[in-house]
Structures are given as structure tokens and as C-alpha cells.
Design a binder for this molecule. Structure first.
Ligand code: FAD
Ligand code: MG
Ligand code: MG
Ligand code: MG
Ligand code: MG
Length: 554
């Protein structure tokens, strides 16, 4: 059944016809990768670099294992143990790749070139700018911090995004303790200096808070016994709960644990201004404002778009969007040869209602204007691959199969001999698109996308077309399975909460909290030698052992 290709193709933007193929020596296609974070390195690790002329551009010549960044802030883990030099990675994997330590400041989609500025200094002309052209561009630039234009945040807050940030935080925490230990400092002043405020109750903010608390109670109070009574940690979260992307049980567990630890959790408050020595906080319910004196503040309230991406979005007609959109094959919409993965992009899932007529036509093989249940079943798998929301919808409505879905439109009595026309077909599927899910901005997503995209590139010759095509959704087209749209596999998430406790949410609605979860977390992140893939495998193995053990709760 190649029939489905017809609507799958027509739903994608037209490919611009590429440059004419050279007759004699076909040169290797140039692949340029921007960024050496989770997305970029995962792509490079899996790419068959002998097939392409590969150039990598990033201002940081190393990969950083971000999940352990919060541990670096308090010296639990050394900065150098969580980074891997990018050149070493290429050498180890015997990859023939060029690396330029530079920042890309402009993507020129028309010329198919990127403009870069050297990060290590300028050349003899006093100009460190250069241009690199590409056939295929992989944009994996990640995100930047988002201050939501809150006044004073840039000047006064610390961030936790890069390795340097974590080191700065560590230094600043210690500075506060030394400052508060100086003579002639009033108690009030000590309280202010030793008030640590974390703005943003997402995983990063919570994890940092937990690290900081452990650092204070386990180490600093022993070194600074005279001032321990003045230390305070506060989290300010605009939402109703901290960790609101996690299961409710985890949010509650975290809040309770923090309260027991003496950490103040202020939910429902928004920071409106940060000054030199106070933070203005506004209650979302009453609208009242409070001034909070502080010694040090860490802002982890959200991520934003890098200027180079914003500029690129303007070029490709995405000026009105908040995030760079790709199709389900990770290709930037309306743009030839450009792919985007990780935090800098988001997949915009095709709506089934936009294609409903063509899908109906494919199902209606005899062109009779009606389709049978069997005819729909025949292409259901293809539909579910192209439109994952169909399965999600049926699951959310507790439907056991397509008969239930169609039955919802024509009535259960007619289920057996069901024959539907286009209007009924539309009706049955009309609510499905409400289940379109966006993938989160996580390392898990970025690395899976990098892996997927490299797979597509490795098989591109084989396929002659672009990585996303030709889409062969028929069951027989086994070796084309890689050109199925990207599909994210959620492997669960961890939230270390300090005091040797952690919470984990694992696939299949398993939630676990407590000491053994912390142990699980350690086991996952302990070995820096293993790759992300093996880490994931470790999670799975431990998970299985863990969920059948006595500490699990459902
Ligand atoms: P990044 O990994 O941010 O990589 C971007 C790359 O682009 C970097 O190499 C950067 O140097 C480079 N770059 C930037 N600007 C330019 C430019 N102009 N030109 C060229 N290169 C440029 N996710 C999880 O799944 N689990 C976790 O436990 C977890 N913990 C986290 C903890 C912290 C403290 C943080 C900050 C993030 C955490 N994340 C976690 C999120 C995860 O780190 C991101 O989702 C992930 O890094 C996204 O990958 P990326 O490749 O899109 O971007
Ligand atoms: Mg990257
Ligand atoms: Mg990274
Ligand atoms: Mg993304
Ligand atoms: Mg028919």
C-alpha cells in the first residue's frame, strides 16, 4: 500500500529542486552542525561521517552533561567530570570531522551559508568572522535563559545553564558566607546576606535548591557555626506547585520535604523586579507586592530563543512564532536542507483534520464515497504513524479500537456493518487533534532527535530523497522504518531532592520517592564513561528491579 504516500507527501512543503548533480566526481555533501550540546553531539556520534564533509561549529569545545550541573554548584561533582572535549570524542570514535570554535551569528538560508565569529580571538586582520556553506544544516543551538524582560534580572541574578554558571554560583555562595562572617555586620544584615532565593520551581530550580540545602547543612554550618542560624533558602514559583511538569504526587512529596527541611516554598508569586539588595514579589491572587531582602538569587524560570534563531525565523516566515518549527521529520518548514533539533526547535505536528479528505480518499479504494470498517483498519497503522494523536485520543477515551472510534460517530448499534461517508468519518475524528502533544525541552528529547536525524542522514543515499522521504508506511517497507516521523520515547524523569532522597517518574505511570530512588539516581549518573544510550539502558534495568522491590509505590 503505497497509497498513503500520496497524502503524506502532499502534507509536506514542496522540496525546492536542488543544484544539478555533477556528472563526474560527485563531491561529498557538506553537513554543518551548529552546537555541541545534547542534540549536536548525539547527531555526530551516530552519523556516518565518512559519507559527508562534516563541519561542527560551537563556541564551546566540549559537551556538558547538564543533568549534573546542579551538583557542580555545590562542588558535589567537579566541573571537569561532567564535560567531554569534543575533539577527544571525534578521535575516540575515529570521526573525520572539522571543528571550529566559533559562534554562528547568522544563518543565510538563501545562500545556504552560516556566518560565524571566532570565539578564540581575531585573526591578523583584526577580523575573526568567516562564512561556511552547507548542503545540509543541523541547527542544535539550544536555548538561552529567559528573563521575561523582568527588570534587574540580567544584572543581579545568577543563572544555571552553562558550566561557568555553576562555577560562578559556587563562588558566590561561599562569598556570602565570608561576607556574613565579617565583623561589624548586624544580625539583620547577616540574615539578608544569607538569604538564598531560587526563582523558578521547575526541575532545575528544585534540584539546585536541594543541592544548596545539603551543602549548607552538611558542610557550611560546620565551617561557619557562628552564622548558621541566619541561613535561609526560599523558592519562588509562579505556578501553584513546584515541579509542575511532574506527577502531582511528586510535587507534593517535594513540597513536604522542603518544608520539613525549613526551605520556604512560595507558590503563586511572581518576581516583578530584582534590585541590588531586594526582590519585588507580587502575589498572583491578591496582587499585593512584597520586598524580599536577599544575598544571592538564582533565576531558573524558563528558557528563551537565541537571537540567531529569531533572525532565522524572520527569514523563513516564522516571525510570528515563539519557537522555530520543524515538521515531524525535524526539517525546518519552508526551508531547504535545514534541520533543527533540541531546545531551539519544536515539532509542529500535522493535524489530521487538515488531511481528512485525502485520507478518506486513500481508504475509499473503490471510490464509492463510503468506506467500511475494514478499509479504515487497513490504513490505521499508517494513520497512527503519521498522526500519533489518533492513538493518544483513543487511549484517553478508553477506546479499544477503531470500531469504538467510528462507533462514536455513527452509533454503537451499527458498529458491525459499519459503513461511513466522509461526514461521519470527519465526525469520528473531529476531536482527535486535541491530543497533539509537544515534546519537552529536555536532554532526552534532544539526544533522541540527534540520533534519529543521523540515522536518516546515514540512509539518505539509499533513499535518494531527503531524509524524511519517501515515506513508506506500508508494513512491507521494513527497511524504510527510519523515515517514519520522529517519535519521542519518554523514559521517565528524576528529581533529586537532597538529603539522599529523590523522586522518579517512570514510564507506565510508576512513581517512586525516597531513599532508594536517590540510589537509583546515583546509579544512573554515576559512571561518566558510559554513553547516554547505555545510561538509558541502565535506567531500564534498574527500573525493572526497582519497581518490583518493596520501596515502590504506584
Ligand atoms: P544544548 O545542550 O544547550 O546545546 C547547545 C549548543 O549550542 C552548545 O554547545 C552551545 O555552546 C552551542 N551554541 C550556543 N550558541 C551558539 C552559536 N551562536 N553558534 C554555535 N553554537 C552555539 N534534561 C534532561 O532530560 N534531564 C535532566 O536531568 C536535565 N537537567 C538539566 C539541568 C540543568 C541545570 C539544565 C540547564 C538543563 C537540564 N536539562 C535536563 C535540559 C537539557 O540540558 C537540555 O534540554 C539540552 O541541553 C538541550 O540540548 P540542545 O542540544 O538543544 O542544547
Ligand atoms: Mg546541541
Ligand atoms: Mg548540553
Ligand atoms: Mg525541542
Ligand atoms: Mg468505498
Amino acid at each position: 500500500g503505497g497509497g498513503v504516500v500520496a497524502y503524506a507527501d502532499s502534507s509536506r512543503p514542496e522540496e525546492a529542486s536542488g543544484p544539478p548533480q555533477q556528472q563526474d566526481a560527485p563531491r561529498k555533501k557538506k553537513v554543518v552542525v551548529l552546537g555541541t550540546g545534547w542534540g549536536g553531539t548525539s547527531f555526530l556520534k551516530n552519523l556516518d561521517c565518512s559519507r559527508y564533509d562534516v563541519k561542527v561549529i560551537s563556541p564551546r569545545n566540549y559537551f556538558a552533561f547538564t543533568p549534573l550541573l546542579p551538583s557542580v554548584t555545590c562542588g558535589t561533582v567537579e566541573a571537569r567530570s561532567i564535560v567531554e572535549p569534543i575533539r577527544k570524542m571525534f578521535e575516540k570514535k575515529k570521526k573525520d570531522v572539522s571543528y571550529y570554535e566559533a559562534e554562528c551569528f547568522k544563518i543565510d538560508a538563501t545562500k545556504k551559508a552560516v556566518h560565524c565569529r571566532s570565539a578564540v580571538g581575531t585573526n591578523l586582520d583584526g577580523n575573526g568572522d568567516f562564512e561556511v556553506d552547507y548542503d545540509y544544516l543541523v541547527v542544535a543551538l539550544g536555548a538561552t535563559v529567559n528573563t521575561f524582560n523582568t527588570p534587574g534580572v540580567m544584572e543581579h541574578c545568577y543563572f544555571l545553564k552553562e558550566v561557568e554558571d555553576a562555577q560562578k554560583i559556587r563562588k558566590s555562595v561561599l562569598d556570602c558566607f565570608e561576607k556574613a562572617s565579617l565583623p561589624n555586620i548586624s544580625e539583620e544584615e547577616k540574615r539578608k546576606i544569607l538569604h538564598f532565593v531560587v526563582i523558578g520551581g521547575g526541575p532545575t530550580g528544585v534540584e539546585f535548591t536541594a543541592e544548596l540545602h545539603d551543602f549548607l547543612v552538611e558542610d557550611l554550618v560546620k565551617i561557619y557555626p557562628a552564622i548558621q542560624e541566619f541561613v535561609k533558602i526560599t523558592i519562588i514559583q509562579s505556578g501553584e506547585h513546584i515541579l509542575n511538569t511532574f506527577d502531582e504526587r511528586i510535587a507534593t512529596f517535594a513540597e513536604t520535604k522542603f518544608q520539613r527541611d525549613g526551605i520556604e516554598v512560595n507558590t503563586g508569586f511572581r518576581v516583578t523586579k530584582v534590585a541590588d539588595d531586594s526582590i519585588t514579589v507580587k502575589s498572583k491572587s491578591s496582587g499585593g507586592e512584597i520586598l524580599v531582602p536577599y544575598g544571592m538569587a538564582v533565576w531558573s524560570a524558563g528558557i528563551g530563543t537565541r537571537p540567531v534563531i529569531t533572525d532565522f525565523m524572520n527569514q523563513v516566515g516564522q516571525a510570528k512564532r515563539r519557537v522555530l518549527a520543524t515538521n515531524e521529520w525535524l526539517r525546518v518548514r519552508e526551508c531547504d536542507g535545514v534541520y533543527a533539533i533540541g531546545d531551539c526547535a519544536s515539532i509542529s505536528q500535522r493535524k489530521i483534520m487538515d488531511d481528512i479528505s485525502s485520507i478518506f480518499k486513500v481508504a475509499d479504494k473503490d471510490n464509492s464515497g463510503t468506506v467500511t470498517l475494514k478499509e479504515i483498519s487497513d490504513i490505521l497503522e499508517d494513520i497512527c504513524i503519521r498522526y500519533p494523536q489518533v492513538e493518544l485520543y483513543m487511549k484517553s477515551m478508553h477506546m479499544r479500537g477503531i470500531a469504538d472510534l467510528i462507533g462514536s460517530a455513527v452509533g454503537d448499534a451499527h458498529k458491525e456493518s459499519m459503513v461511513v461517508d466522509i461526514e461521519e468519518f470527519k465526525k469520528a475524528l473531529s476531536h482527535v487533534d486535541s491530543q497533539v502533544k509537544t515534546v519537552p525541552a529536555t536532554a532526552q528529547v534532544a539526544s533522541q532527535q540527534g540520533y534519529y536525524l543521523a540515522d536518516c542522514f546515514n540512509k539518505m543515499d539509499h533513499c535518494k530523497e531527503h531524509p524524511e522521504g519517501p515515506l513508506r508506511l506500508s508494513r512491507s517497507g521494513g527497511d524504510h522504518h527510519n523515515f517514519r516521523p520522529f517519535r519521542y520515547k519518554h523514559l521517565g524523569q528524576f528529581a533529586p531532592l537532597g538529603g539522599e532522597q529523590a523522586a522518579a517518574e517512570l514510564p507506565g505511570d510508576w512513581v517512586s520517592m525516597g531513599h532508594s530512588t536517590q540510589w537509583l539516581w546515583y546509579s544512573v549518573y554515576a559512571s561518566k564513561q558510559v554513553s547516554w544510550r547505555t545510561r538509558v539502558l541502565v535506567v531500564f534495568d534498574w527500573t525493572r528491579r526497582f519497581i518490583f522491590g518493596r520501596d515502590s509505590s504506584r
